[in-house]
Design a protein around this ligand. Sequence first.
Ligand code: PMM
Length: 269
Amino acid sequence: MFVVGVLNVTPDSFSDGGRFLDPGAAVDHALRLASEGADLIDVGGESTRPGAPEVPEEEELRRVIPVLSRLARARFPVPVSIDTSSAVVARAALDTGAALVNDVRGLADPALARVVAEAGTPVVLMHMRGTPRDMRERATYRDVVGEVRAELSAAMARAEGAGVQRERILLDPGIGFAKTAEQSMQVLARLSEFLSLGRPILVGPSRKSFIGAITGAPPDERLAGTLAAVTAAVLSGAAFVRVHDVAASRQAARVAAALRASGGFPVNA
Ligand code: PMM
């Protein structure tokens, strides 16, 4: 079980937007996430909250590359992933030391698939429909788990077709992306059904709006709800959890992983 720490270098991400736009503040936060036990830090320069405007590539580069180069210069001890759907940004980030690409659009762009294949880097294929601007209208499913599973399987086939090796692929059902709160809950509750896709599952429930829908809490007061979701995800077989609050989530995830290993839960991976 691995914990991925979130570092958003954006003015408008839903829970930490604007806090780490300055490269110095971003690097300090990366150090903090590492000291709390993050196994990977996910650096992103494009907000993907529902309705967020598109970010030009030059702006995304301007946000993330100074942070990645400072981390590389500081010989940052934890691997870093780049959260992007842009081939240009991914290429530059990999050249600046990023070790993994996290794409919320599941390598829908063939140019990005080529960059990932050529670099031979691991990649997270996340499930979404459309773009952050129109994904809410696309949250129509007869069977959300079955359809997300089939669409992830298709994304994996597309990636392999572009030359990405299957062993380098992680899958993420995309909590809150083209999904209502109810649909996100179903995905999380039935996460173990994604295990038969044969690749490690990453899940990002941290501070997401389904927790607000259940509890009424605003994003910065969703830690306890996040820990419940992290626990459920790990008990259901998630190999990676992507979170803002690393220390607390790591403790919850470790306890859940130990309970899972002790047996008695449906998934004892
Ligand atoms: N969620 C956000 C951004 N990137 N990437 C993956 N793989 N999975 C997620 O659930 C995910 C993501 C949402 O925004 P945040 O960075 O503010 O949590």
